[in-house]
Design a protein around this ligand. Structure first.
Ligand code: NAD
Ligand code: GLY
Length: 366
């Protein structure tokens, strides 16, 4: 019997919205059972894309469902596709108690969740994430959105799913680059672990060091355990701060730098994970410069990030443009860039007190 995990998201202010995250291999086979436990819907709309439909259309069987297959790509995460999802709800006469199932990576999850949040002022929504990034991050915590021409995820909501069904088997068809993109978010959890405030210290850092080969080989029990640890940490943060008034911002370690990299390259050259891994390294450099962490811990972090070989060599960005791009980050407040910086082993803090000179020094180091 392969290892399976169940954990709960319970946001104190919203007890009626508690939900389970199911993690294990072959869970697609049990999806109907799980779905029926948490939704009284009479009709389901399953939203997916062409790539996932080709691979897994026949593996997900939910009775009374309609399948909507969208084009694959971040460029379709927009109003037009949102309208397509809503139009399909209308055509199929989905009612208030009915349900949208997001079956895909973060793009499908975010868009379908936003459609569910808006249609009839909110119908049920279930996440069946199929990328590692979506399994460890985007399917949990209720951030749903579409992009606007002036910004990524600019239009959205906090809208929690009824359940999350994570089948680790589907990761086998992800290409290495997409797997690494998810692993960048996993590394992030290792460096913020203590600040998440979870009851138990997993020591995700050590787990990542010891199991690198098994992780890349997607060894089933190791994969399930890894995802379980990440989701436990994320659920703990979301339970404390659903709408990112404070703590939740720690989930963005490295992201301020990453957004600048992605914006300056028009989201075309690097995956999100490649930019995040580079961003985490820069956050560590800044912390070292600010005297927040020891040289030892800095080197330890750089070693782990390098071992996972996520980020390719990047060009020298123009420093002034890079700095300006960082102000567009959603965490910026009152005209100041807010950084998530490591301040101890496996813990981080939020700070706006970093001078331009210090940031420039980090950027100059490449
Ligand atoms: P994605 O959804 O574009 O998926 C990446 C690629 O993998 C796509 O081509 C997809 O078709 C393919 N794919 C998906 N599952 C597959 C499988 N099992 N086998 C083979 N191919 C598969 O990208 P992503 O990295 O999953 O998500 C990125 C999106 O998530 C961005 O839009 C980002 O803004 C969003 N995001 C949201 C949150 C949140 O909290 N809501 C957090 C992080 C990222
Ligand atoms: N991915 C960051 C968050 O969910 O807040």
């Amino acid at each position: 019997m392969k290892q399976q995990y169940n954990l709960k998201v319970n946001i104190p202010a919203k007890h009626t919205c508690d939900y389970d995250i199911h993690i294990g291999s072959n869970l697609l086979e049990h999806a109907e059972e799980i779905v029926k436990q948490c939704s009284n819907a009479k009709k389901f709309l399953i939203v997916t894309n062409e790539t996932i439909a080709k691979l897994y259309q026949n593996a997900l069987n939910i009775s009374n469902s309609t399948l909507l297959i969208l084009k694959d790509g971040e460029e379709y995460k927009n109003f037009e596709t949102l309208k397509k999802i809503i139009d399909t709800c209308v055509e199929n006469r989905l009612e208030r108690q009915d349900c949208i199932i997001a079956f895909g990576g973060g793009v499908i999850g975010d868009m379908s969740g936003f459609a569910a949040a808006s249609y009839m002022r909110g119908i049920d929504f279930i996440q069946i994430p199929t990328t590692l990034l979506a399994q460890v991050d985007s399917s949990v915590g209720g951030k749903v959105a579409i992009n606007h021409e002036h910004g990524k995820n600019l239009i959205g909501a906090f809208y929690q799913p009824k359940t999350v069904i994570i089948d680790t088997n589907v990761l086998k068809t992800l290409d290495l680059r997409q797997l690494k993109t998810g692993l960048a978010e996993v590394l992030k959890y290792a460096f913020i672990e203590k600040t998440c405030g979870y009851e138990k210290f997993f020591n995700l850092y050590e787990f990542l060091e010891e199991n690198r080969q098994k992780i890349f080989a997607l060894e089933p029990d190791i994969t399930a355990e890894l995802i379980y640890m990440c989701c436990s940490l994320k659920a703990c943060v979301v339970n404390k701060d659903e709408t990112e008034k404070g703590l939740r911002a720690i989930l963005n370690l490295g992201h301020t730098f990453a957004h600048a990299i992605e914006n300056l390259t028009n989201y075309r050259i690097y995956t999100h994970g490649e930019a995040v891994a580079a961003g985490i390294k820069k956050a560590f450099k800044l912390s070292l410069l600010e005297g927040l962490i020891s040289k030892d811990y800095y080197e330890k972090s750089a070693r782990l990030i390098d071992e996972y070989e996520i980020t390719p060599q990047m060009p020298d960005f123009d420093i002034e443009s890079f700095y300006n791009e960082m102000f567009l980050d959603k965490k910026a407040q009152d005209g100041k860039i807010r950084f998530v910086l490591p301040d101890n082993a496996f813990s981080v803090k939020l700070t706006s007190n970093v001078t331009k000179e210090q940031v420039f020094k980090v950027l100059q180091q490449g």
